[in-house]
Design a protein around this ligand. Sequence first.
Ligand code: HMG
Ligand code: MG
Length: 311
Amino acid sequence: MVVPEPGLPGRVRVHEVGPRDGLQNESATVPTEVKAEFVRRLAEAGLTTIEATSFVHPKWVPQLADAERLYPLLSGLDGVDLPVLVPNGLGLDRALALGARRVAVFASATESFARANLNRSVDESLAMFEPVVTRAKRADGHVRGYLSMCFGDPWEGPVPLARVVRVCRALLDMGCDELSLGDTIGVATPGHVTALLEALAEAGVPSGVLGVHFHDTYGQALANTLAALRSGVTTVDASAGGLGGCPYARSATGNLATEDLVWMLRGLGIETGVDLGLLVATSVWMSERLGRPSPSRTVRALASADSHKEQ
Ligand code: HMG
Ligand code: MG
């Protein structure tokens, strides 16, 4: 049953991260053709932004070492943006050479994670990103700036709002078109989300350039998403079937499952353009390839025969 809540947006853009954030953390390496089929099925289910892969060092993320082979297999998906992660100039060269124009750099609000994930301090990584962003923009690109550890960090504990605001400002000032606020280890709670979004608004960062990226370690991702929507955010990252995590952050589990997100948004009367049945079928298909069931509650409920009745 659809029961709208006043003050929420009429439409949300789902930024699907399953093929990148989801598969980067799988212990099994998924064949390139299976990844391509996964992206195609996600597009058929109505997702229009599908983060495809990363052009990072193959030793750092071996699961995505086939980026050069995968990306060309994804041509011909009309109306679908396929952003890719690029940490540095070499990553950008690799992406541009294949025709990719939507790229994402990925910063950290904490020193420990910057070091673990990028082998750099926070400021050194920002210095690494600046020419990447400038060059991508010059090539008519669109740049997303991820910011990890916006709420808590496994080494440093709770993260002060001011540190997050500082790095967000730096990413915007260097020319990023949008930001994604990452709760990399899933420790955020709704009041913290609202407080961060208020602090960002006070620093002149409009909610229109922000996306939210919640991992679901403590089961808070949906509640956090609702808090973000109430603060004006309309871009939400999610991963089909709840796949995901980060190999360089102890205790990072799967992302908010796209199905759980779409179920909630549908109940609130918020458009996403996603066909939930096709998406669930895709996640069931992928979980068979991975040899384990999806952690998404919505996938499990809708995939079981007697739960199919429309609510
Ligand atoms: P480094 O070792 O400092 O690199 O790693 P370097 O610049 O010193 O270069 C060392 C070697 O790596 C050189 O080769 C380079 O050519 C090569 P050599 O001369 O020794 O033969 N190299 C590369 N090769 C291929 N592609 C490249 C590349 N760059 C250098 N792009 C580096 C620095 C950034 C490369 C490394 O730390 C890295 O690849 N990190 C990626 C880590 C990662 O992908 N993490 C997961 C994504 S982030 C995430 O999941 C969080 C997010 O979901 C949001 C959230 O949840 O919070 C986004
Ligand atoms: Mg992530």
